[in-house]
Design a protein. Structure first.
Length: 248
């Protein structure tokens, strides 16, 4: 099971959500702003549609969602930010792809480089690891509310590529061009996901031991805590015992 999926589950557990509520609101609003730059109608903008759903999943208030859309389209001030991606390596040579949204590239790159250098990581050149990742739509359903047959029937018929067992959730993966259609199919079937997002998923994961896994999880958490970081993608396959100890 990929590190991305397990980390996703940790990040979406209620205790961690509560502890990071403000940061989650900020990240959700920034994603809406970035998505809305390509158009403010979610019916015609797949990325915006996903961003709004993700914002609703973390309970971002409707007025903040509306304001973020207006900032992205230029109707309100505050939409001046850049979308940047940083590439590098973490403990054990794990590839890192850090997505950020910032109004000051110099500040953000300095902060990311500092976090990496202090936590067994390093910044890489553009293109050094991005080729290892592929963009996919990812949709998560909690297992305690839905069974696999429900998810597969609605998802695969609409064009989903895979339905994976992700421990306490079903993970549905789609090609970017099928993302909107699969979301619509789930909505029509009355199936409400826990989260919906476009993700950069590693095509191949590398195994790390428990000690390295703990260092990697700490690094990801520190990067994720940065105000400008939107997502941290990696190709580390972290053992269960590392996740369990980290959560404890």
């Amino acid at each position: 099971m990929s590190g991305h999926s397990k980390w996703h589950n940790i990040q979406h557990r209620k205790g961690r959500q509560d502890a990071k509520r403000g940061k989650m609101f900020t990240k959700a609003a920034k994603e809406i702003i970035l998505a809305a730059k390509s158009g403010g109608d979610p019916d015609c903008n797949t990325r915006l549609r996903a961003a709004i759903q993700a914002a609703k999943a973390v309970n971002l208030p409707k007025d903040k969602i509306d304001n973020a859309i207006k900032k992205g389209t230029g109707e309100l001030a505050g939409g001046d930010m850049f979308e940047v991606v940083y590439e590098g390596y973490g403990p054990g040579g794990v590839a890192l792809l850090v997505e950020a949204a910032t109004d000051n590239k110099n500040r953000t790159v300095a902060e990311i480089r500092h976090i990496l250098s202090r936590n067994n990581g390093s910044m890489g050149e553009a293109g050094c690891v991005s080729w290892m990742f592929e963009k996919k739509g990812t949709i998560y359903f909690p297992k305690d509310q839905f069974d696999e047959e429900q998810i597969m029937e609605a998802g695969l018929e609409a064009g989903a590529e895979d339905v994976n067992d992700d421990g306490d959730a079903w993970e549905v993966r789609t090609a970017p061009e099928d993302f909107s259609a699969v979301q619509a199919a789930f909505e029509a079937a009355g199936l409400t996901p826990e989260s919906v997002e476009m993700s950069m998923l590693a095509q191949n994961n590398i195994d790390v031991d428990k000690a390295t896994g703990l260092k990697l999880l700490k690094l990801i958490d520190l990067l994720d805590d940065n105000d400008d970081v939107q997502k941290v993608n990696h190709n580390g396959n972290v053992p269960d015992e590392a996740f369990e100890e980290y959560e404890g």
